[in-house]
Design a protein around this ligand. Sequence first.
Ligand SMILES: [Ca+2]
Ligand SMILES: [Ca+2]
Length: 385
Amino acid sequence: MKNKIICTVSCLLVLWGGVQWKAAAQQGAGGGIRRETRSGKELRFAPFDFAQGRQNDGQGAAAILLPEEKHLRNARQLTFGGENAEAYFSADNKQLIFQSHEGEDKCDQIYTMDLEGKNMRMVSTGDGRTTCAYFFPNGKKILYSSTHKAGPKCPAPPDYSKGYVWKLYPEFELYTAKPNGTDVKQLTNAPGYDAEATVSRNGKKIVFTSLRTGDPEIYVMDANGKNVKQLTHEMGYDGGPFFSPDGKQIVYRAAHPESEAEKKDYQDLIQTSQLRPTRLEIYVMDADGSNKRQLTKAGGGSFAPFFHPDGKRIIFASNLENPRGRNFDLYLINVDGTGLERVTYSPEFDSFPMWSSDGKKLVWASNRNAAKRGDTNIFIADWVD
Ligand SMILES: [Ca+2]
Ligand SMILES: [Ca+2]
């Protein structure tokens, strides 16, 4: 099937997991919930299948999880169609902010919902493409990346003629807004992609990925966008950063080309803001960019790392047991690189894990239990140590 989906990095990670099977015929299927965007356009979103919805009861919860998934209990499916990813808790653990689209020609927009999957609302502008949203800890602002300033349309898709690549759209800038989506303010204004931003627990610092030097690097800045400081300087992709709970460390993912052939391929592609995501690995560094340590050496795709509230463990997604395969699962690893442990066992894509701030719940995105092949939905479960 021809892949027409156009994506950001996060969305492409979903694709990487084998989600590129959207049948055009599916676009018209289902009733859907009609939502009015703030720009007055109508958006069809996440057809709510009431038969699926019943799986939120206790009986269905058991079916969502596999017996091996001992760290998870009382799982609930919160979305029921389309591609939903990168759901992150608010600091009070009462809401999630995530990105979603349905239909091959659609762009992700940012939504919030409660932990029941209810009160869903679009909080981005409805224009352009958006990605990687996050709540500020005080609950008064949200942060996301968007191309809307460059125009209302989805940016052109990546060129797959040279194989599977990511596109780091230069039109992406970081924006803040009120949690209801109003009061949109531009936070970055730099050449190249600016995205993948998250906020420290004390609300003072933002870490993000930028292509402003021509090489994707991680930066830190004050919450108001001032005092930008570059933290990585390695050739290749460095991105997807999250602070540790105490703000003293940053966990991230990186793909550094090694052989001369890989370096040439990388340099050729990055000139057009494209990347070939081979051998993504998990790294940790101190918050000032020092003391970088590589935690995984799986040779496949390890990404979406997040610190446990205890600051000692990290959860991430990987295909490390079959680095060429399309199945991704969640894994735990200690911050010193020991204690690798598999968490999910579904033969489908599982990724984008985040614990609630008290460590009692885990939210993640998965292709399990999909009504349609290729759907990626948001799931939440109690975390069991
Ligand atoms: Ca780099
Ligand atoms: Ca899986």
